[in-house]
Design a protein around this ligand. Structure first.
Ligand code: COA
Length: 403
């Protein structure tokens, strides 16, 4: 933009969260129900983790794509943002619908976000904060105006429901935020990303990838289920949550006293409380909702963010810290200056308009598939053979004309 002195003045860009949404499967599974499945008790689960219930996708039609799409639609509704203008979709997930295509691409198709790039981000439970970091960099660098970030999980399909060490801990769900470029100072202030792959074996799904491909044996021995050394992960988590939070605050030029709200990854209440103690953060500055959801991996922070907003725990100009840890091992933290007021009133017709866009997206997807099939059949061997026959006939007809 040319300034009054004829020089170009390039204003700084900031990445703000402008929309948020969550989606959950219908079925709630309580600790008491788990008592019927494995050798556990409600008392053990509550006292060791804080979890009381979790949502589980029992409907086989529900998966990381369907939940992620619903959460994304909710976030776009809050921001009142047209899907046609989306630049990028980052889908953080530990339970993708497939190894490929990416869950992000399938969500892009379901939304009809025709202009958007899309990919999956694999950093386990730290994935959502990793995605915020990438979205922030893209927006600040001027590479994107709007980025939709989704954390979506159906971890219940990767759980061994006879292993009490893991099956009581996790839940299904999805959360999403829309991030947009703005000249208003605030939004993402700092990010910290970390990884220590030497601890990769502490929390893993051993088989099903290229290192141990799925075979009858791997399936029979349950190697495609989540395996975890709970105690080692616990020790790692309590250390990195504190370190990453301090580092992110330091990078933003803030101290612990500046924090208005911390939203930690919702894995275990004891991990969160240990971090709060070390950081000297009181109860009213930390948001915990794992009681109702269990550990939903990449979805835990955005689901908690939605609830914190619904409960009026975030106000304009608040300093928000989000911090996660997970398999990899990975960790990540971000500080955000919250700049948007609560959810805006969006006229009903705009909501209906967006629903119509999603119906059109389904038609668009079918048409694209159909046109690809037609194209394939025309260029396939049969198509070639048909082409040969036609060419011979035309040649024959030309010869008879010449004679
Ligand atoms: N019900 C009853 N007993 C259980 C149980 C369950 N659901 N799960 C494990 N146990 C038993 C174990 O078999 C073990 O028994 P043993 O001592 O006879 O071998 C005992 O409880 C383990 O107890 P303890 O070691 O004191 O548990 P803990 O305090 O370490 O808690 C975890 C276990 C898993 C809850 C805890 O270590 C944890 O949360 N770790 C981090 C996991 C995590 O967050 N993972 C996701 C990261 S994103």
């Amino acid at each position: 933009m040319a300034g009054s002195n004829g020089l170009h003045s390039f204003g700084r860009r900031y990445a703000h969260i402008t929309g948020w949404g969550k989606a959950l499967p219908d079925r709630i599974v309580t600790n008491q129900e788990l008592e019927q499945i494995v050798d556990t008790t409600d008392e053990w689960i509550r006292s060791r983790t804080g979890i009381q219930q979790r949502y589980i996708a029992v409907d086989p039609r529900e998966n990381a794509v369907t939940l992620g799409t619903r959460a994304a639609m909710a976030a776009l509704d809050v921001a009142d943002f047209p899907v046609s203008k989306l630049d990028l979709i980052i889908c953080a997930t530990s339970s993708p619908a497939h190894i490929f295509p990416s869950t992000g691409s399938l969500i892009q198709d379901a939304l009809g976000a025709a202009r958007a790039g899309a990919f999956d981000l694999s950093a386990a439970c730290s994935g959502f904060v990793y995605a915020i970091s990438i979205a922030n960099s893209m927006i600040v660098a001027g590479q994107a105006e709007s980025v939709l970030i989704i954390g979506t999980e159906v971890l219940s399909r990767l759980l061994d429901w006879s292993d009490r060490n893991t099956c009581v801990l996790f839940g299904d769900g999805a959360g999403a935020v829309l991030m947009q470029a703005s000249p208003v100072p605030g939004g993402v202030l700092s990010t910290v990303l970390g990884s220590d792959g030497s601890g990769g074996d502490l929390l893993a799904v051993p088989a099903g990838g290229s290192s141990i491909p799925a075979t009858l044996e791997t399936v029979a021995s349950g190697q495609h289920f989540i395996k975890m050394d709970g105690k080692a992960v616990f020790r790692f988590a309590t250390r990195v949550m504190v370190e990453a939070t301090r580092e992110a605050l330091d990078k933003a030029g803030m101290g612990i006293g500046d924090v208005d709200l911390m939203i930690p990854h919702q894995a275990n209440e004891r991990i969160i409380r240990s971090s709060m103690k070390q950081l000297d953060l009181p109860d009213d500055k930390v948001f915990i909702n794992l009681y109702n959801y269990g550990n939903t991996s990449t979805a835990s922070i955005p689901i908690a963010l939605c609830e914190a907003i619904e409960q009026g725990r975030l106000h304009p100009n608040d300093n928000l810290v989000m911090v996660g840890f997970g398999a990899g091992l990975t960790w990540a933290a971000t500080t955000v200056k919250w700049a948007v007021p609560g959810a805006r009133e969006v006229p009903r017709w705009r909501y209906s308009q967006r629903q119509a866009t999603y119906s059109l997206a389904r038609v668009r997807s079918r048409l694209l598939r159909y046109s690809r099939q037609v194209e394939n059949s025309l260029t396939s061997e049969e198509g070639d053979a048909l082409g040969d026959v036609l060419a011979q006939r035309i040649e024959g007809w030309r010869k008879t004309r010449e004679e």
